[in-house]
Design a protein around this ligand. Sequence first.
Ligand code: GLC
Length: 546
Amino acid sequence: MSEATDPTSAGTDVPWWRRGVVYQVYIRSFADGDGDGTGDIEGLRSRLPYLRDLGVDAVWINPWYQSPLADGGYDVTDYRVIEPRYGNVEQAERLIAEANGLGIKVIADLVPNHSSDQHVWFQEAIAAAPGDPARSRYHIRDGRGPDGAEPPTDWASVFGGPAWTRLDDGQWYLHLFAPEQPDLNWDHPEVRDEFHAVLRFWLDRGIDGFRIDVAHGLVKDPTFPDLGAETQQILGSPRKANHAHWDRDGVHEIVRGWREILDGYDDRMMVAEAWVAPNRLSLYLRPDEYHQSFNFSFLESPWDAEQFGTVITEGAAAAAEVGSTSTWVLSNHDVMRETTRYGLPNDTNWRTWPVTGPVDALDVDLGRRRARAAALLFLGLPGSAYIYQGEELGLPEAWDLPAEVLDDPVWERSGHTQKGRDGCRVPLPWTADGPSLGFGDGKPWLPQPIGWSDLAAEVQADDAASSLSLYRMALALRRRWAAADEELEVLDLGADVVAYRRGSGMTCVVNMGDEPIDLPEHTEILLRSDPAGDGRLAPDDAVWLR
Ligand code: GLC
């Protein structure tokens, strides 16, 4: 019997990450165990049973290291210390062990492109004189023009404004992100050695894998050329091979060094956050490099059958070509939540995070309906699926956060023209009542919008028609029907329909058109995105059949 006809063989003979469901924990906003208004490790530990019941295989935890949180923890002061607001290393070890005990792997987030400006290396660098070797772990250079008053290059920061900030002594340092995130110099052997040691530190503590932040960064063109009028956009770097500071060939040698270390341990993995051209992505997935790389095309696709069809076909093919599987991503901590995204007209540039919120253009019900259909679309595909916390609750973007609570550097760096990413980072609602809807005893670091009581996990758990119930059912069915093999046949059921059949015999159909369609021949309906759906498949509705 082939694997395809034996659905019970669900992925036992393949590495877990190839078909796993990874739940992304934005630790600051997941659950607050000590009542200080910020999520933490103990909060996460207390909610592990929820994640087990949801049916995930792994959690990826956003950076938990010591940090001033100038960019939500992507500004690390010490990679071997847990941020005290989140806990400590002993608690992290206990979390890993307990999660593993429940069958859940734990993936840490490693940030190698830059450190915090509070990191001891950067403090040492700026205390030293220009030309001192202590400066060479970063990119610190003389400026141009009279008195070096112009930055060394015209490079722009991803968060807005120039990528260089001037020190008191006149030199400039590079930060592709916020000024609190100076870029490390990866040509420096100490930088390479330090990250090897950091990988070992966490592997020795049982971590199951790493999500590598800005994996297409790290290496810079040593000639530091100007880039002209090129602009940067968050999560949208220009996807050019060997750009002056993105996707340079030199990055692969660094990755191979990391892979060698991981291969010295059992069953560990790393997944790259690499915003590169599709034809360059496979380079990151060579057998001695990353195990996986995020495929962001899915979350970038507008609600359009043809475009989703292309994304699915190309994503699966590109991963298969290098012997990997694709990672399907609907949302994460950097993008507008899908419930809101799909309720906006297709041509909305949601990356600009409108300051007042696109109130007039938003169709709330449509967004919800489409988000549910999108869940079945991506959870049925072969490969691994990444779920961002709150996605299973159908949380919308909280775009009416008052200016005074905004924390994302994008807000300041854009001169208050873009609100930034806080709207998808609001603390989770766990219970219908309580001061922070069960998030914790303190005042949450971002306020939860009015109306989120109805979206609380506890409320949804008891409602068979809720988004949470849909995700639970989908993940349970997925083990049997979608994670049992890696076969995919894209079906042509009309221009407005996305449909595919899996090796297990499961078929997924999503109607992205304006008219109801007939269901293809089937013996059983496994799951519908609209629990009230009956008979034909309504617009913006999805179904799993066999
Ligand atoms: C990645 C992270 C994002 C962060 C940036 C800088 O894109 O996902 O949240 O701001 O890197 O570290």
